[in-house]
Structures are given as structure tokens and as C-alpha cells.
Ligand binder design. Sequence first.
Ligand SMILES: C[S@@+](CC[C@H](N)C(=O)[O-])C[C@H]1O[C@@H](n2cnc3c(N)ncnc32)[C@H](O)[C@@H]1O
Length: 315
Amino acid sequence: MSEKYSKLQKQFLCCYPVKKMAWSSVKLPLNWEEQQELIEATCGHPMNLRYPVRRSYLEAFLKQLMQLLKDQEDLHDDIYSSLCARMAESPGTSYAYKHYLLTPDAHITLRESKSFVSEGTTGLCTWEAALALGDYLLHHRDLIRGKNIVELGAGTGLLGILFKLPALKLDVGEVLLTDGSEPCVQLMRENIALNFPDAPKEQIPQAEQLSWNEVSEFPWESRKEVDVLLAADVIYDDTQFTALLGALDFFIKRRGDALETYVASTVRNMDTLNKFMTQLELRGYKVTPCGNISASASHFCRDHTAAVQIVLIRR
Ligand SMILES: C[S@@+](CC[C@H](N)C(=O)[O-])C[C@H]1O[C@@H](n2cnc3c(N)ncnc32)[C@H](O)[C@@H]1O
């Protein structure tokens, strides 16, 4: 496949907002072969054929493409047939797939809910903060090399899957993804199996149910000491602050200064974030802001409209 539509392909497969896609890479008019190439790079991509993106996204993408090609005499049959094929399907389940192409030989496929909130949790789809934290740690690999990692509120499991991709050679230690929501843990396990179909258990992330107010009851003695604690997009509900801070206290008490905690938060409500940061400082934690990875250096196609704040928390 040519590189001509690689940006559009990457964006399409992870459902990047249609209006913001790299349409300028499409040089009009497109002859028949070029149209075919574009379709094969996107809707006709083998990953999408096997694990399709959500139907509403595909429709929006094809409509935008038709609009772009509206002055052309010949529209490739595959554009119509891709649209009609999906329109004819039943709406299907409330889940669909996203594919993150990271390097030529590393990608992640995630099954996600089509809704931001479902089954009583916000964790069945991947949030911007997880992508931003993944980007940050990919650019600062030494922070996780050889480290045993635990993630709190891990949702779909993106970060743990990322760290264990063999092609990225991140050489992390044990990775435990946790979430308080049972449907999230089931989904994480499904996503782990999807991305590591044949790998032995020691080489893949593990997923377990863990509520923040029950961390002390978890069988930690059967696990390696935690070096790095992660959490993405978990600071939005101040009724959960006490439980989250209690969980942090628990890990710090076990590991002391050796523990590094990275928390990434999409900045929606600055007051809520500040309230959490103040509580951290009152408990004697040192909070250091970490830089963000720019859109051009990002491994993920992120819609950088929402700011994400990443901080390192230490005793
Ligand atoms: C907005 S989602 C973020 C998911 C994922 N980290 C991401 O960024 O895509 C928040 C996650 O925190 C989990 N969560 C919220 N309160 C929790 C608690 N008290 N104990 C454990 N997990 C909790 C939710 O189930 C959900 O998966």
C-alpha cells in the first residue's frame, strides 16, 4: 500500500473527528485507481473489515469523501458499496472497534462502547488523558523500563496493552490494570486477548477488579512491588477523592519514595482539578507538572483541542 493516504488511514482507523482529518492530502481530481487506493486504506482496510469502527463514523467519513469528490464525474463503486453495505446492516451492538497504528509494526485494536457512559461507568471507552499519558511515557521510556506498573481506573486497558507490545520493546516489568467496574475488567480482558492472542501470561498485562476504597484488601503479597502507579482521567468526581487519595496513601506507605505516580487529567473543570491538587499538597505530596507531547510528535491521533494535564506525584 502506498504512503499517500497513510495519515488519513491512521486517523480513520481510530475514529479521529472527520472534519479535522488530513483531507488536504487528497489531491483532486482522483482517478479511479486513486479512489480505490483511498478506500482500501480506510474502510476497506483489513483491520476495519475484521473489527469495524462504529457505523455512524464510517457514514460520516464516506459522506465527507463524497462531498470532496462531488465535482468528479466518476465516483468509484466501492465508495457507494461501502456506504450501502453498512447502511443495510442492523445497528448491531453498542460496541465497536478503534485501531491505533503506532509504528509500522505496532498497533492496538480496542473494543469500546459507543457511549461515553454505559453500564454505570465512564470506562468502557478510551479517554484523551489515557492517550496523552501513553504518548508521554512513549517519549520518556526510561520512566517505565524494568518497572512494575499498576494502573487505577484503567477503563479499556489501552496503557497496559501499549506497554507490552513486543514491537515497541519497552521492557516493562509486571503490568496490572485495575478498575472498580466489573464490565471494564471484562472489557480489558477481552482487549488484552484481542491484542495478544498467543502470548504467554507472563508477557501480557493482567486485569483485575479493584475499587479505590478496597486497595488494602487486594492480595498484593502474590505480586511484585509496585514501582509506577498510573491513573488517567480519574479526577472528575470529587465524591471519589477520598477513596483515590486513600489508595495513593496505601501504595506510598508500601513503597515510600521509590513509588512514582503519574496522573493525567483532561482539563474540563479547573476547580475540580485544583481541589484535588490542594488535597495532595495538604497530605504532604510533591506534585510536579510534566510536559505534554505535541500533536506533531504524538504516536496517537489525538484531537488536541482538550488540554491534558500530566503530573508526577511523589512523597
Ligand atoms: C473516565 S474513565 C477513564 C478510563 C481510562 N483511564 C481512560 O483514560 O480511558 C474513569 C475510570 O475510573 C474508574 N473508577 C471510577 N471510580 C472508581 C473507584 N472508586 N474505584 C475504581 N475505579 C474507579 C471507572 O470505572 C472508569 O473506568
